[in-house]
Design a protein around this ligand. Structure first.
Ligand SMILES: NC(=O)c1ccc[n+]([C@@H]2O[C@H](COP(=O)([O-])OP(=O)(O)OC[C@H]3O[C@@H](n4cnc5c(N)ncnc54)[C@H](OP(=O)(O)O)[C@@H]3O)[C@@H](O)[C@H]2O)c1
Length: 293
């Protein structure tokens, strides 16, 4: 049986570091502030926003939770973003995805002040990541995956990392991050997606396999080399009438058979998920440290 990479434990270590830094920032008269904007009432989004707000409060950050109705217009949302851009108590802004259909999400992201874009989705931050300029913000889930590997003592440099999925939120920025010429980078990265030929053959050649496709239990033992490290980013709800909430969470990896083959593996829940929030708060502190207010 493989080693379990426990995101909750690594996230606690990150929070312990953040607490020290928050205390120092507060002592210098600067309380880091994060604003999370939720449009509509998607239950999963609501749950994410609640846990982000709770974590901010636990750590003593200034937390702004803006809950807007589902029929909010593009202009109204842009107005709120402009207000938050100009609010000196807010150092980081996150607009929870996915917004309702009438909202042009890309335009909202472009309206964010790049210096407050703690999700790292603004084109200026995406460009910095691609250019290897580390003054920008890197998206939180890729950053969390990288930190998990580093904290678990897994050598990234020189390893063949296969990333399953090419989204702008996870797959693509993760590939850029892990191939960066820097600590926690220098990997040989292959990205596979829904149009890739010979997918199992490619995934079997991975030293580190990272699954981010949103397909419940897609990765089977036959996709994984004996002794590989497996990071499961997927969070999928499977109907389960035996559970109080009517569903259970599973990843993109078929955990039991893959764990029997892997050297180390993340669970779902409790793997990458807790790291995403920890990295969001770490990015918020970075924003507060570099702000002029
Ligand atoms: N743990 C966390 O904090 C966290 C954060 C974000 C996301 N997630 C989870 O991670 C998963 C991925 O999220 P996402 O936002 O990146 O998803 P997404 O935007 O839907 O992108 C999915 C990617 O996977 C690829 N794909 C889909 N089916 C595939 C298949 N059968 N074979 C190969 N590739 C396939 C798609 O390929 P094409 O490009 O060809 O369509 C696409 O590139 C979801 O389960 C999501 O809930 C977790």
């Amino acid at each position: 049986m493989s080693r379990l990479i426990e995101g909750r434990i690594v996230a606690e270590k990150v929070y312990a570091e953040l607490r020290g830094e928050i205390a120092r920032l507060k002592a210098s008269g600067r309380t880091p502030g994060l604003a999370v904007v939720l449009v509509g009432d998607n239950p999963a989004s609501r749950a994410y926003v609640r846990s982000k707000d709770k974590m901010c409060r636990d750590l003593g950050l200034h937390s702004v939770k803006l809950e807007l109705p589902a029929d909010t217009t593009q202009e109204e949302l842009l107005q709120r973003v402009h207000e938050l851009n100009g609010d000196p108590a807010v150092h980081g802004i996150l607009v929870q995805s996915p917004p309702p259909k009438q909202i042009d999400e890309a335009a909202i992201v472009r309206a964010l002040d790049p210096a407050k874009d703690v999700d790292g989705f603004h084109p200026a931050n995406v460009a910095k990541l691609a250019l290897g300029d580390d003054s920008g913000f890197v998206p939180c889930t890729p950053l969390g995956c990288q930190r998990l590997l580093i904290e678990s003592g897994i050598e990234i440099s020189g390893a063949h990392v296969v990333v399953l999925g090419r989204s702008m939120i996870v797959g693509k920025p993760l590939a850029l991050l892990l191939m960066r010429k820097a600590r926690g980078g220098d990997a040989t990265v292959t990205v596979v997606h829904s149009r890739s030929n010979r997918l199992p053959e490619i995934t079997r050649s991975a030293d580190i396999l990272i699954a981010a496709i949103g397909q419940p239990q897609f990765v089977k033992a036959e996709h994984v080399r004996e002794g590989a490290v497996v990071i499961d980013v997927g969070i999928n709800r499977l109907e389960d009438a035996t559970r109080k909430q009517g569903y259970r969470l599973v990843g993109d990896v078929d955990f039991q058979p893959v764990a029997a083959k892997a050297e180390a593996i993340t669970p779902v829940p409790g793997g990458v998920g807790p790291m995403t929030i920890a990295m969001l708060l770490a990015n918020t502190l970075t924003a507060a440290r570099s702000s002029v207010h």
